[in-house]
Design a protein. Structure first.
Length: 169
């Protein structure tokens, strides 16, 4: 039986303002055929974003525990390239890669009851010692790609961000 497609996002044009689009980014961020058993891809996200047309404002509402780092990095890049002024709203939780996606926003609004979590990437692997060392090296590279997004947004140093990511695990 084929899995039903489900999206962790929902785009719509704001009915009272044709220049403003809205993005609800709720749920686990995933890529094609991940352990979340979906069939949604970042390419479909881009198609949906492009379908909004030539908007000047994009409101992004987030409530996500995170998910697939590579899908999230692709989504962040797509949003970063979009010409609209992007306002991110943390409605409940922006954890892990969801917090990285928010770095694409020009402005982020985080309510007093909302939470954001940053951390070093995590994964699992099987194999011999060489496989484990390779995975650790890959994870260090992934961490640095995440740090780059936080550096650009916050102005904090690499060391400060790595310390925050280490402390939040």
């Amino acid at each position: 039986m084929k899995n039903k497609q489900r999206k962790f996002w929902d785009f719509k044009a704001k009915s009272d303002d044709p220049n403003t689009g809205e993005l609800m980014l709720y749920g686990d961020i995933s890529s094609c055929e991940s352990w979340w058993s979906d069939t949604i891809t970042p390419k479909q996200f881009k198609d949906d974003l492009d379908a909004l047309g030539d908007i000047t404002n994009l409101n992004i509402y987030v409530n996500s525990g995170g998910g697939d780092v590579f899908a999230g990095q692709a989504i962040r890049s797509m949003l970063k390239r979009h010409s609209a002024y992007k306002t991110g709203y943390v409605d409940g939780l922006a954890a892990s890669i969801a917090s990285v996606i928010l770095t694409a926003c020009d402005k982020v609004v985080m309510y007093s009851n909302a939470m954001q979590m940053v951390h070093k990437c995590w994964s699992w692997t099987v194999g011999n010692a060489d496989d484990m060392r390779k995975m650790a090296e890959d994870m260090d590279k992934i961490d640095l790609s995440i740090v780059a997004a936080y550096e650009e947004k916050t102005g904090l140093s690499r060391d400060e961000i790595l310390e925050l990511m280490k402390d939040d695990c």
